[in-house]
Design a protein. Structure first.
Length: 258
């Protein structure tokens, strides 16, 4: 399994979409670190480098990160089908379930790797602002960017790490859904578009009763901004989505003629 997983990551590392995603995650934080009109437009003045990761995360999780995740995870199936390498792989004495499980694990880990790159880019972009104790908030803890008084550098770092960890959880069902559509359509473009369309349709369902909104995946894309016990039920729901999409992908792949 580890060999297959390493093979999937080697394939991902060679994909142009992955290279573009890594480049964007490295450079995007600098946009917020150097933006001259944050105060005029958003009423925000950056006073610490610990606030840059929050800005980068908030502006990528809603669309940019799901876009990259949907495209790259769809490529795990679609590219191999297009290049004709998937069928020969399945002709080897390998269990089909092991093949799709390796792809599923790679898909689930991929967003976390992108978030690590985004965090590194954010911390580098925030160097000019410093990482000492400051009056305000990290943007990922109680009080948002306003905070609750003086915030130590250690506490700010923990809030940032917590926020990025929760963002990785948020992206898990998106990865699994994209892989499921990849197995369904055997085409990268169709799978990526189906994933993004599903997310956008869920967003449009805000006109429905609150009981329905609570179970929608897109309602909880801001999980990393929530505090305390407010994260427990959304996390369970997101994990249920992930397991459900993952099981469906494995089941569909086992019966798919490729």
């Amino acid at each position: 399994m580890l060999t297959l997983l390493a093979l999937e990551f080697r394939k991902l590392s060679g994909a142009r979409s992955v290279r573009l995603a890594v480049l964007v995650c490295l450079l995007l934080p600098w946009l917020w670190s150097l933006a001259p009109r944050l105060q005029q437009i958003y009423g925000l003045t950056l006073v610490s480098g610990f606030q840059v990761p929050a800005l980068a995360l908030i502006t990528t999780v809603q669309f940019v990160l799901p876009l990259f995740v949907a495209l790259s995870c769809a490529e795990l199936i679609g590219t191999e089908v297009a290049q004709g390498t998937l069928a020969p792989l399945l002709l080897r004495p390998l269990d089909r379930n092991r093949v799709i499980l390796a792809k599923l694990l790679a898909a689930l880990l991929y967003p976390a790797l992108l978030l690590v790159v985004l965090l590194i880019g954010s911390l580098l972009a925030g160097l000019r602002l410093g990482y000492t104790d400051f009056a305000g908030g990290s943007g990922l803890g109680p009080g948002g960017f306003v905070g609750q008084g003086l915030l130590s550098s250690g506490a700010a770092l923990l809030q940032v790490l917590r926020g990025y960890l929760l963002a990785a959880v948020v992206m898990l069902p998106v990865s699994a859904l994209s892989l499921l559509f990849g197995v369904t359509f055997l085409n990268t473009t169709a799978a990526a578009l189906a994933t993004l369309a599903t997310l956008n349709i869920m967003r449009l369902l805000t006109v429905f009763p609150e009981a329905i909104q609570k179970i929608l995946l897109t309602t909880h894309l801001d999980l990393f901004l929530r505090q305390g016990s407010d994260i427990v039920q959304p996390m369970i729901l997101l994990l249920i989505y992930t397991v459900g999409f993952g099981v469906m992908a494995v089941f569909a792949f086992d019966r798919r003629d490729v």
